[in-house]
Ligand binder design. Structure first.
Ligand code: PHE
Length: 353
Protein backbone atom coordinates (compact mmCIF):
# COMPACT_ATOMS: atom_id res chain seq x y z
CA UNK A 1 0.00 0.00 0.00
CA UNK A 2 1.32 3.38 -0.84
CA UNK A 3 1.43 6.24 1.64
CA UNK A 4 -1.43 8.20 0.06
CA UNK A 5 -3.81 5.26 0.42
CA UNK A 6 -2.84 4.63 4.06
CA UNK A 7 -3.28 8.31 4.76
CA UNK A 8 -6.61 8.24 3.02
CA UNK A 9 -7.88 5.18 4.92
CA UNK A 10 -6.89 6.68 8.26
CA UNK A 11 -8.78 9.83 7.28
CA UNK A 12 -11.87 7.79 6.36
CA UNK A 13 -11.79 5.90 9.62
CA UNK A 14 -11.58 9.14 11.62
CA UNK A 15 -14.42 10.62 9.59
CA UNK A 16 -16.71 7.61 10.14
CA UNK A 17 -16.05 7.82 13.87
CA UNK A 18 -16.89 11.51 13.80
CA UNK A 19 -20.13 10.79 11.91
CA UNK A 20 -21.12 8.17 14.45
CA UNK A 21 -20.46 10.55 17.35
CA UNK A 22 -22.48 13.28 15.62
CA UNK A 23 -25.37 10.88 15.00
CA UNK A 24 -25.47 9.95 18.68
CA UNK A 25 -25.45 13.58 19.62
CA UNK A 26 -28.31 14.30 17.21
CA UNK A 27 -30.42 11.44 18.55
CA UNK A 28 -30.09 12.74 22.10
CA UNK A 29 -30.65 16.36 21.23
CA UNK A 30 -33.67 18.28 22.51
CA UNK A 31 -33.93 22.02 21.97
CA UNK A 32 -34.64 24.07 25.11
CA UNK A 33 -35.73 27.01 23.00
CA UNK A 34 -35.63 28.47 19.48
CA UNK A 35 -32.11 29.76 20.03
CA UNK A 36 -30.78 26.29 20.86
CA UNK A 37 -32.51 24.88 17.79
CA UNK A 38 -30.89 27.50 15.60
CA UNK A 39 -27.48 26.61 17.04
CA UNK A 40 -28.20 23.00 16.18
CA UNK A 41 -29.11 23.91 12.61
CA UNK A 42 -25.99 26.03 12.10
CA UNK A 43 -23.76 23.33 13.57
CA UNK A 44 -25.04 20.44 11.45
CA UNK A 45 -27.01 21.82 8.50
CA UNK A 46 -25.56 25.32 7.99
CA UNK A 47 -23.51 26.34 4.91
CA UNK A 48 -20.41 26.04 7.03
CA UNK A 49 -21.80 23.18 9.08
CA UNK A 50 -20.37 19.72 9.68
CA UNK A 51 -22.40 17.99 6.98
CA UNK A 52 -21.58 20.50 4.24
CA UNK A 53 -17.87 20.37 5.00
CA UNK A 54 -17.85 16.55 5.02
CA UNK A 55 -19.67 16.54 1.69
CA UNK A 56 -16.75 18.64 0.46
CA UNK A 57 -14.48 15.70 1.26
CA UNK A 58 -16.40 13.58 -1.26
CA UNK A 59 -14.06 14.51 -4.07
CA UNK A 60 -11.15 12.91 -2.21
CA UNK A 61 -12.94 9.58 -1.89
CA UNK A 62 -11.86 6.94 -4.45
CA UNK A 63 -14.50 6.22 -7.08
CA UNK A 64 -15.30 2.71 -5.85
CA UNK A 65 -15.97 3.99 -2.31
CA UNK A 66 -17.98 7.04 -3.28
CA UNK A 67 -21.30 5.17 -3.29
CA UNK A 68 -21.08 3.71 0.20
CA UNK A 69 -19.66 6.92 1.64
CA UNK A 70 -22.48 8.82 -0.06
CA UNK A 71 -25.06 6.55 1.63
CA UNK A 72 -23.49 7.13 5.06
CA UNK A 73 -23.53 10.88 4.48
CA UNK A 74 -27.14 10.82 3.27
CA UNK A 75 -28.50 9.05 6.29
CA UNK A 76 -26.42 11.37 8.51
CA UNK A 77 -27.96 14.39 6.80
CA UNK A 78 -31.47 12.92 6.90
CA UNK A 79 -31.15 12.26 10.63
CA UNK A 80 -30.11 15.87 11.28
CA UNK A 81 -32.92 17.25 9.09
CA UNK A 82 -35.59 15.09 10.70
CA UNK A 83 -34.42 16.04 14.15
CA UNK A 84 -34.47 19.70 13.22
CA UNK A 85 -38.04 19.45 11.88
CA UNK A 86 -39.39 17.48 14.80
CA UNK A 87 -37.83 19.83 17.36
CA UNK A 88 -39.14 22.81 15.45
CA UNK A 89 -42.73 21.57 15.52
CA UNK A 90 -42.44 20.50 19.16
CA UNK A 91 -41.33 23.98 20.20
CA UNK A 92 -44.04 25.71 18.20
CA UNK A 93 -46.83 23.46 19.51
CA UNK A 94 -45.63 24.13 23.05
CA UNK A 95 -45.73 27.88 22.90
CA UNK A 96 -47.52 29.50 20.05
CA UNK A 97 -50.38 27.02 19.78
CA UNK A 98 -51.11 27.66 23.44
CA UNK A 99 -51.55 31.26 22.50
CA UNK A 100 -53.67 30.23 19.55
CA UNK A 101 -56.00 28.00 21.65
CA UNK A 102 -56.76 30.55 24.36
CA UNK A 103 -59.12 33.32 23.52
CA UNK A 104 -58.76 35.71 26.41
CA UNK A 105 -61.81 37.66 25.32
CA UNK A 106 -64.15 34.72 26.04
CA UNK A 107 -66.20 35.03 29.26
CA UNK A 108 -64.94 32.75 32.08
CA UNK A 109 -66.75 29.67 33.37
CA UNK A 110 -68.54 30.65 36.59
CA UNK A 111 -67.55 28.48 39.57
CA UNK A 112 -70.48 27.49 41.68
CA UNK A 113 -69.34 27.77 45.27
CA UNK A 114 -72.53 26.71 47.05
CA UNK A 115 -74.04 28.62 49.94
CA UNK A 116 -75.02 28.02 53.53
CA UNK A 117 -78.51 26.93 54.46
CA UNK A 118 -80.66 29.82 55.79
CA UNK A 119 -81.21 27.91 59.05
CA UNK A 120 -77.44 27.57 59.44
CA UNK A 121 -76.98 31.28 58.73
CA UNK A 122 -79.54 32.17 61.37
CA UNK A 123 -78.11 29.72 63.90
CA UNK A 124 -74.60 31.10 63.38
CA UNK A 125 -75.84 34.64 63.94
CA UNK A 126 -77.64 33.72 67.16
CA UNK A 127 -74.69 31.70 68.49
CA UNK A 128 -72.21 34.41 67.61
CA UNK A 129 -74.14 37.03 69.61
CA UNK A 130 -74.17 34.86 72.73
CA UNK A 131 -70.52 33.96 72.26
CA UNK A 132 -69.78 37.65 72.68
CA UNK A 133 -71.31 37.32 76.18
CA UNK A 134 -68.95 34.37 76.89
CA UNK A 135 -71.50 31.61 76.30
CA UNK A 136 -69.90 28.48 74.85
CA UNK A 137 -71.56 26.01 72.49
CA UNK A 138 -72.61 22.61 73.90
CA UNK A 139 -74.14 19.77 71.94
CA UNK A 140 -75.94 16.55 72.82
CA UNK A 141 -77.78 13.57 71.32
CA UNK A 142 -80.96 13.84 69.24
CA UNK A 143 -81.96 10.33 70.29
CA UNK A 144 -82.50 10.75 73.99
CA UNK A 145 -83.79 8.95 77.06
CA UNK A 146 -86.84 9.99 79.05
CA UNK A 147 -84.75 11.27 81.96
CA UNK A 148 -82.77 13.88 80.02
CA UNK A 149 -85.67 15.06 77.87
CA UNK A 150 -88.43 15.07 80.51
CA UNK A 151 -88.00 13.73 84.04
CA UNK A 152 -84.89 15.68 85.01
CA UNK A 153 -86.62 18.80 83.66
CA UNK A 154 -89.34 18.47 86.26
CA UNK A 155 -91.91 17.07 83.85
CA UNK A 156 -93.76 14.49 85.82
CA UNK A 157 -95.06 11.31 84.34
CA UNK A 158 -98.44 12.70 83.32
CA UNK A 159 -97.37 16.02 81.93
CA UNK A 160 -99.22 16.80 78.65
CA UNK A 161 -95.95 17.49 76.79
CA UNK A 162 -95.19 13.78 77.05
CA UNK A 163 -98.30 12.94 75.12
CA UNK A 164 -97.84 10.65 72.16
CA UNK A 165 -99.17 13.52 70.03
CA UNK A 166 -96.06 15.55 70.65
CA UNK A 167 -93.23 13.12 71.09
CA UNK A 168 -91.75 10.49 68.79
CA UNK A 169 -91.01 7.43 70.92
CA UNK A 170 -89.05 4.40 69.81
CA UNK A 171 -91.66 1.73 69.10
CA UNK A 172 -89.53 -0.99 70.68
CA UNK A 173 -88.58 1.00 73.78
CA UNK A 174 -90.82 3.88 74.95
CA UNK A 175 -88.09 5.11 77.30
CA UNK A 176 -86.14 6.22 74.23
CA UNK A 177 -87.36 9.16 72.15
CA UNK A 178 -86.37 11.89 69.72
CA UNK A 179 -85.65 14.98 71.80
CA UNK A 180 -88.43 17.56 71.76
CA UNK A 181 -86.11 20.41 72.77
CA UNK A 182 -82.38 20.94 73.28
CA UNK A 183 -82.93 21.27 77.04
CA UNK A 184 -81.53 17.73 77.23
CA UNK A 185 -78.09 19.25 76.58
CA UNK A 186 -78.53 21.57 79.56
CA UNK A 187 -79.30 18.59 81.81
CA UNK A 188 -76.27 16.70 80.52
CA UNK A 189 -74.04 19.71 81.07
CA UNK A 190 -75.33 20.30 84.62
CA UNK A 191 -74.77 16.61 85.41
CA UNK A 192 -71.27 16.79 84.00
CA UNK A 193 -69.93 19.91 85.69
CA UNK A 194 -70.56 22.28 88.58
CA UNK A 195 -71.34 26.02 88.08
CA UNK A 196 -70.47 28.49 86.77
CA UNK A 197 -72.12 27.17 83.62
CA UNK A 198 -72.75 29.43 80.64
CA UNK A 199 -73.76 27.48 77.56
CA UNK A 200 -75.72 27.84 74.36
CA UNK A 201 -77.22 24.67 72.81
CA UNK A 202 -78.11 24.76 69.12
CA UNK A 203 -79.60 21.68 67.53
CA UNK A 204 -82.39 19.84 65.78
CA UNK A 205 -85.53 18.81 67.68
CA UNK A 206 -88.57 16.68 66.80
CA UNK A 207 -92.28 16.98 67.53
CA UNK A 208 -95.09 14.86 66.27
CA UNK A 209 -96.96 17.67 64.56
CA UNK A 210 -98.83 17.83 61.28
CA UNK A 211 -96.60 19.32 58.61
CA UNK A 212 -97.93 22.62 57.24
CA UNK A 213 -96.67 25.97 55.99
CA UNK A 214 -96.25 27.11 59.62
CA UNK A 215 -95.04 23.99 61.45
CA UNK A 216 -92.95 20.92 60.84
CA UNK A 217 -92.24 17.64 62.62
CA UNK A 218 -88.61 18.68 63.05
CA UNK A 219 -87.07 22.10 63.47
CA UNK A 220 -84.12 23.79 65.13
CA UNK A 221 -83.63 25.49 68.45
CA UNK A 222 -81.04 27.42 70.36
CA UNK A 223 -81.34 27.15 74.11
CA UNK A 224 -79.20 28.93 76.67
CA UNK A 225 -78.33 28.26 80.29
CA UNK A 226 -76.49 30.38 82.83
CA UNK A 227 -75.92 29.13 86.36
CA UNK A 228 -73.81 30.80 89.02
CA UNK A 229 -74.15 32.39 92.45
CA UNK A 230 -76.53 35.39 92.53
CA UNK A 231 -77.95 35.06 89.02
CA UNK A 232 -81.26 36.95 88.93
CA UNK A 233 -84.18 37.58 86.62
CA UNK A 234 -82.60 40.98 85.88
CA UNK A 235 -79.58 39.18 84.40
CA UNK A 236 -81.92 37.14 82.23
CA UNK A 237 -83.68 40.26 80.94
CA UNK A 238 -80.46 42.13 80.33
CA UNK A 239 -78.97 39.21 78.40
CA UNK A 240 -82.05 38.90 76.21
CA UNK A 241 -82.30 42.66 75.65
CA UNK A 242 -78.73 42.60 74.39
CA UNK A 243 -79.53 39.68 72.13
CA UNK A 244 -82.61 41.38 70.61
CA UNK A 245 -80.75 44.64 69.94
CA UNK A 246 -77.87 42.81 68.26
CA UNK A 247 -80.15 40.52 66.30
CA UNK A 248 -83.02 42.76 65.23
CA UNK A 249 -81.72 46.30 65.73
CA UNK A 250 -82.17 49.17 68.18
CA UNK A 251 -85.67 50.21 67.21
CA UNK A 252 -87.29 46.87 68.08
CA UNK A 253 -89.35 46.80 71.28
CA UNK A 254 -89.36 43.90 73.72
CA UNK A 255 -91.98 42.66 76.17
CA UNK A 256 -92.07 39.80 78.65
CA UNK A 257 -95.32 37.94 79.34
CA UNK A 258 -95.74 35.64 82.35
CA UNK A 259 -95.89 32.04 81.23
CA UNK A 260 -95.45 28.50 82.47
CA UNK A 261 -92.74 25.89 81.89
CA UNK A 262 -92.26 22.98 84.30
CA UNK A 263 -88.48 23.52 84.35
CA UNK A 264 -88.44 27.26 85.13
CA UNK A 265 -90.01 29.34 87.92
CA UNK A 266 -90.91 32.10 87.33
CA UNK A 267 -91.33 31.65 83.57
CA UNK A 268 -91.93 34.12 80.79
CA UNK A 269 -92.32 34.40 77.08
CA UNK A 270 -90.58 37.17 75.22
CA UNK A 271 -92.12 39.04 72.31
CA UNK A 272 -90.55 41.56 69.99
CA UNK A 273 -92.45 44.26 68.13
CA UNK A 274 -93.29 43.10 64.61
CA UNK A 275 -90.59 44.43 62.28
CA UNK A 276 -92.81 44.09 59.23
CA UNK A 277 -95.60 46.46 60.37
CA UNK A 278 -93.54 48.26 63.05
CA UNK A 279 -96.12 47.25 65.68
CA UNK A 280 -99.15 48.44 63.69
CA UNK A 281 -100.59 44.97 63.20
CA UNK A 282 -100.33 42.79 60.07
CA UNK A 283 -100.99 39.26 58.87
CA UNK A 284 -97.61 37.97 60.07
CA UNK A 285 -98.12 39.15 63.68
CA UNK A 286 -101.82 38.26 63.51
CA UNK A 287 -102.76 41.92 63.99
CA UNK A 288 -101.20 42.04 67.46
CA UNK A 289 -98.09 44.04 66.58
CA UNK A 290 -95.98 41.48 68.50
CA UNK A 291 -94.05 38.35 67.56
CA UNK A 292 -93.35 35.67 70.12
CA UNK A 293 -89.73 34.58 69.82
CA UNK A 294 -88.69 32.70 72.95
CA UNK A 295 -89.50 31.08 76.27
CA UNK A 296 -87.42 31.69 79.36
CA UNK A 297 -87.29 31.68 83.15
CA UNK A 298 -85.28 30.99 86.28
CA UNK A 299 -84.19 27.35 86.44
CA UNK A 300 -86.53 25.44 88.78
CA UNK A 301 -84.82 24.32 92.02
CA UNK A 302 -85.97 20.74 91.31
CA UNK A 303 -84.04 20.74 88.03
CA UNK A 304 -80.85 21.88 89.77
CA UNK A 305 -81.35 19.18 92.45
CA UNK A 306 -81.94 16.50 89.79
CA UNK A 307 -78.56 17.35 88.31
CA UNK A 308 -76.62 17.42 91.59
CA UNK A 309 -76.43 21.23 91.89
CA UNK A 310 -77.31 22.82 95.23
CA UNK A 311 -80.23 25.27 94.70
CA UNK A 312 -79.40 27.00 97.99
CA UNK A 313 -76.02 28.07 96.61
CA UNK A 314 -76.75 28.52 92.92
CA UNK A 315 -79.43 30.07 90.78
CA UNK A 316 -79.66 30.37 87.03
CA UNK A 317 -81.72 31.26 84.04
CA UNK A 318 -82.59 29.40 80.86
CA UNK A 319 -84.16 30.37 77.58
CA UNK A 320 -85.04 28.64 74.34
CA UNK A 321 -85.99 29.79 70.87
CA UNK A 322 -86.74 28.32 67.50
CA UNK A 323 -84.47 29.15 64.57
CA UNK A 324 -86.92 28.68 61.69
CA UNK A 325 -89.37 31.41 62.79
CA UNK A 326 -86.84 34.27 62.87
CA UNK A 327 -85.33 32.93 59.62
CA UNK A 328 -88.79 33.09 57.97
CA UNK A 329 -89.11 36.68 59.13
CA UNK A 330 -85.63 37.77 58.17
CA UNK A 331 -85.72 36.30 54.68
CA UNK A 332 -89.43 36.85 54.02
CA UNK A 333 -90.12 33.14 53.49
CA UNK A 334 -93.76 32.10 53.69
CA UNK A 335 -93.53 28.30 53.94
CA UNK A 336 -91.44 26.48 56.56
CA UNK A 337 -91.38 23.33 54.40
CA UNK A 338 -89.00 25.02 51.96
CA UNK A 339 -86.24 24.66 54.56
CA UNK A 340 -86.23 20.88 54.28
CA UNK A 341 -87.13 20.27 50.64
CA UNK A 342 -83.57 20.68 49.35
CA UNK A 343 -84.63 22.66 46.29
CA UNK A 344 -81.40 24.16 45.03
CA UNK A 345 -83.23 27.10 43.45
CA UNK A 346 -84.41 28.03 46.95
CA UNK A 347 -81.16 27.28 48.75
CA UNK A 348 -78.82 29.17 46.46
CA UNK A 349 -80.55 32.48 47.17
CA UNK A 350 -78.91 32.85 50.58
CA UNK A 351 -75.53 34.36 51.04
CA UNK A 352 -73.47 35.19 54.07
CA UNK A 353 -71.04 33.52 56.41
N1 PHE B 1 -87.57 24.06 76.23
C1 PHE B 1 -88.56 25.03 75.88
C2 PHE B 1 -89.19 24.64 74.54
O1 PHE B 1 -88.71 23.78 73.89
C3 PHE B 1 -87.99 26.41 75.74
C4 PHE B 1 -87.49 26.94 77.03
C5 PHE B 1 -86.20 26.75 77.37
C6 PHE B 1 -88.32 27.62 77.88
C7 PHE B 1 -85.72 27.22 78.57
C8 PHE B 1 -87.86 28.12 79.08
C9 PHE B 1 -86.55 27.92 79.39
O2 PHE B 1 -90.17 25.19 74.13
Amino acid sequence: MDDTLIHYLRGMEAMLKQIEACQNEIRQFTAQDAEALEQFRIRFLGVKGIIKSMMGEMKLVPVDQKKSFGQVMNSFKLLAEEKFESEKSRLSSGSSSEQRDIDITLPGHPLSTGSRHPVTLMRNRIVEIFQRLSFTVAEGPEIEDDWHNFTALNLDEHHPARDMQDTFYLSTDPAILLRTHTSNVQIREMERTQPPIRIICPGRVYRNETISARSHCFFHQVEGLYIDTNVSFADLKQTLYFFVKEMFGDDVNVRFRPSYFPFTEPSAEMDISCMLCKGEGCAVCKRTGWLEILGCGMVHPNVLKNCGIDPETYTGFAFGMGIERPALLKYGITDIRLFSENDVRFLEQFTGA
